[in-house]
Design a protein around this ligand. Structure first.
Ligand code: UDP
Length: 317
């Protein structure tokens, strides 16, 4: 029997992981979420039908979490607790910063001196508006430390710094993954991110809103591929002493994504250009050499195939 705790487990990636682990009845899955951006709907099926899934509404900033973790002696903990969409972290910057930093501090205090493995969901945003393309893990990044995105970027960077201090001082077993843009089922249709926005705009035949020129790029990984990487890195027996990029290295412009989604949905929407976002990273593309070498992992699902799955999902919502 394995005992897992998923913090932020009602959110997009956390809930997809919970579904995957819940299939094995030998696993006991504990999920904590304050439901600020996560949705109970994402967990409905497993919480209602699966006896091995336990949900608690709680905020990771609450110090009760430390006792809860110590008492339960989890094998693995996964930390996804944090607003991750610019729409939400720009609206709730202080909560975002606090969740990132106080949250990880609580977990680290609780697992210090134990054998619990912790997965930290870090982010490509630690590289900011990167000047190095593709981004390797060694790149220190280019972040505006007092700009509007800093609550998220600096929150996740500070979390990494605390984690690596705990590793150096106490040898805690933390695996840090820097997740690049991920998409797929269970991303809330009002989440505000590009794929959920564009598909829902396209299927409703309303304007597809490009922020800025549309020449900025991202690299999109389908969530099942991301989950496979998470499972692989946590199944590894040996510690992982440095952060690992997890994402799809195929880079594509925002305008091209709009064109593909419009074509796949046979939409009558117009593509319109709106104001650019502040401090917007212009090019994002992961170097995944370390993930390939360490985990034998690379993404398998191509963008069009993943988008078709998402279109089916949002059509049913
Ligand atoms: N974007 C856009 N229109 C939208 C939503 C997003 O043009 O309705 C752009 C956004 O400006 C960025 C990219 O799509 O260049 C990815 O944005 P998202 O919010 O998905 O994630 P980010 O990578 O910025 O964290």
């Amino acid at each position: 029997m394995k005992k897992y705790l998923i913090m932020g487990g009602a959110g997009f990636i956390g809930s997809n992981l919970a579904y995957r682990y819940a299939q094995d009845k030998e696993n006991e899955i504990y999920i904590i979420d304050n439901l600020s951006t996560g949705k109970m709907e994402n967990l409905k099926e497993i919480v209602e039908k699966y006896k091995n899934v336990h949900f608690y509404k709680e905020d990771i900033r609450n110090s009760n979490i430390i006792k809860f973790i110590k008492d339960n002696k989890f094998d693995n903990i996964y930390n996804f607790a944090c607003p991750a969409s610019p729409k939400y972290y720009l609206k709730f910057p202080i909560d975002t910063w606090e969740t990132s930093i106080i949250g990880i501090s609580n977990i680290l205090k609780a697992i210090k001196g134990t054998k619990t493995k912790l997965l930290q969901a870090s982010t490509s945003e630690v590289y900011g508006d990167a000047k190095e393309i593709p981004q390797r893990e060694e790149y220190w990044g280019h972040v505006n430390c007092n700009g509007v995105r800093a609550c998220y970027d600096e929150g996740k960077r500070a979390a990494e710094s605390l984690i690596f201090d705990y590793k150096r001082l106490y040898n805690v077993d933390v695996r840090v993954i820097r997740i690049f843009n991920t998409y797929g089922p269970r991303m809330d249709k009002n989440d505000g991110r590009i794929i959920s926005n564009f598909i829902n705009q396209a299927i409703n035949n309303i304007d597809i809103t490009i922020y800025g020129t549309g020449k900025q790029t991202r690299s999109f990984c389908y969530v099942d591929d991301t989950i496979n990487a998470i499972i692989k890195i946590m199944d590894r027996k040996e510690h992982v002493d440095y952060p690992i990029n997890i994402g799809n290295p195929i880079e594509i412009s925002v305008k091209k994504v709009a064109d593909i989604i419009k074509m796949l949905t046979k939409s009558k929407s117009d593509i319109v250009f709106c104001n650019a976002m502040n401090d917007e990273p212009q090019r994002r593309k992961p170097d995944i050499t370390n993930a390939i070498n360490l985990l034998g992992w690379k993404p398998k699902i191509e963008l069009q195939e993943g988008l078709i799955k998402c279109i089916k999902y949002y059509n049913k919502k």
